[in-house]
Structures are given as C-alpha cells and as structure tokens.
Design a protein around this ligand. Structure first.
Ligand code: BDR
Ligand code: CA
Length: 311
C-alpha cells in the first residue's frame, strides 16, 4: 500500500524535482500539494505546482494555495536562485487545471483529521508558514501526522541566505520556531546533508538520457542557477528538496540522530538560525531527528531510476 503524503512547497527548481520524484514513486501517494510564498510569491508557486503536475500527467492531484506571506515580518524570496519564472531554464505552459477550492491550511488540517491517526506524512519543502498556521488553528494535528519531514536549517553547516541561516528557516523564523515547539514528529533535512547531493554534469546527463519529457525537464531543473556560474569552480547545484522525498523512499541512504533544535527569532544577525544541541548541553529534550549524511550516489541512482517511470 502506498503511503499517503502531502507536499507543502514553493516551486522552485528543486521543489519541482522533488514533486516529480514523489509522482514517480509507487511507494507514496500524493494526496495534494499546498503552495506557500517562499522562493517566489504565492501566485507563482501555486501556478508552478499545477504546471509540474500536468507535465507529469497528473492534473487530477489537487493544488491548494496556502499562505501568501510569512508570519514573521519581512518577505524574502530566492528569484536569484530559481529564476524569474521559478523553474530555472524550464518553461512550462500555463496550467489548465484550476486551483483546488479552499485554503491550503484547511486542507492540511482536514486531511490529517480525517485520515487514520499517524498514517499521513507531511513534507515541507518551503518556509514553514502553512504548517505552523495549521498547528495554531488545530494543535492536535501534531499528534496525527505519521511524520513531518522538513527541508531546512543547518546543523554544523553555515547558512545559505545569511551566514547563519538557511532559506526556509530564515524566510519565516516564527513559523519554524512554532513547528519545532509543537511536538510533531519532525525529521529535519538540513544543508549539511543536502550539500552532499550535488548535481554534477554527469548526474544531470544520466537524467537527460532517460529520453522522456519529465527526465528532460528534471535535467533542466537540476542545472546550477546563474548565481553559481562564473565563480571559478565547476558549478553544481545541491538538490535540497528531493532529499525529503528520497528519505521517505529509501531511509537507509540517510544517517542522523535525535536532538533538540531551537530556532533563533530575535537576533537580526542570526535570525532563522537552527541551534542544534548535539552535545545535549541545553537541557532541552530532543524534538527532531536531524539527518546529517546521505549516500549521494545512492540518491542519484534512486532519482534516475524513478524518473524513468514518468512520461
Ligand atoms: C531551500 O531554499 C529554497 O530556495 C529551496 O527550494 C530549498 O527549499 C534550500 O535552502
Ligand atoms: Ca523549496
């Protein structure tokens, strides 16, 4: 039986690869996508989500619009990484499927309430605004998720948006703090891990060589963003968000441990920093499983094999 999942996302090049991987995997059933403002404004992330589903021939999967702005003051975006359209070099036709009726936060709450307890896994690939809002509105859903797998934060690694903070955490630190304080069964996939999963030209070529339209699209999405080019080294791109889906499909590729994670919400210098207490010196109880290592070749083998099954 495929495991039901919900993907909360801000596509986003790497989000789009993650969505394709989930659609290609018989181990999971995507119940719906919930878009959030993050890499781009909400109107673009929800549109890109619908376009990616249509590319994969799955327009029947509902896409809900979630929150159009973070809980925290200020609005950040990552157009310099994902391009003006949000999908890098990939241009997709405007989607024909319309947005699902209702708010994405209500979809999250209602789906978790109606499903068997601890049957649904929630994947968060963007700022944590939607899931935090859902937890404010319906705190009991923390205990109804099978797992909440979040791409975000950094453990020993430095930030990628500020010296201290990773993008998804920095984009809405109040939301992130609320989620990590919620007692939801969190697995965190930080930059320490995703920076091991680099899209080298050889890996991109293997995906392009699949010869299907989704493989061609994924190869374009895996290309390094313009901001990375011309910096001397051979450019690569860390496929952050697909690691969340790969973790669901092949947890044996991952290593990590249970630990307390707290989110900085006050200091302008370190806003959104994930403070990971590996030494257990804070006295705070573990609230997350933090993954730190991945078999990167195993990840790319999985990604390539699964994408081969798409149109
Ligand atoms: C995260 O930030 C976004 O730009 C990516 O889509 C990913 O979710 C990586 O820091
Ligand atoms: Ca993302």
């Amino acid at each position: 039986m495929p495991r039901p999942i919900i993907i909360d996302t801000d596509p986003g090049t790497d989000d789009a690869v993650a969505i394709l991987l989930a659609l290609a995997a018989p181990e999971v059933e995507v119940m719906g996508l919930v878009a959030v403002a993050g890499n781009l404004p909400l109107a673009m992330t929800e549109r890109n989500a619908r376009s990616v589903l249509e590319l994969a021939g799955r327009p029947e999967i509902p896409v809900y619009a979630g929150c159009p702005r973070p809980m925290s003051p200020g609005l950040v975006a990552a157009v310099h990484v994902h391009g003006e359209g949000g999908l890098g070099q990939l241009e997709l036709p405007p989607p024909r499927a319309v947005l699902a009726r209702g708010h994405g936060v209500d979809f999250l709450i209602e789906t978790l309430r109606e499903a068997a307890p601890r049957s649904v896994k929630v994947c968060v690939l963007g700022p944590l605004t939607n899931i935090a809002t859902a937890l404010v509105k319906a705190p009991e859903i923390a205990g109804r998720m099978a797992e909440l797998v979040v791409m975000g934060g950094a453990s020993y690694a430095l930030g990628n948006t500020t010296p201290a903070a990773e993008f998804n955490m920095h984009a809405d630190p109040f939301a992130a703090a609320l989620v990590f304080d919620s007692s939801a069964p969190i697995t965190m996939i930080p930059l320490d891990l995703t920076h091991q999963v680099l899209s080298t030209p050889e890996r991109i070529e293997r995906v392009r060589a699949l010869g299907n339209r989704c493989g061609e699209a994924a190869a374009m999405l895996m290309e390094p963003p313009p901001a990375r080019r011309g910096r001397g080294r051979r450019p690569t791109y860390a496929l952050h968000d697909p690691c969340v889906i790969a973790y669901l499909l092949a947890p044996e590729l991952f290593e990590g441990g249970e630990v307390n994670v707290a989110i900085e919400t006050q200091s302008p210098l370190t806003l959104g920093m994930t403070v990971v207490d590996w030494r257990g010196i804070s006295g705070r109880r573990p609230n997350a499983r933090v993954m730190t290592r991945i078999d990167a070749d195993g990840f790319y083998t999985l990604l390539t094999e699964r994408l081969a099954g798409l149109p």
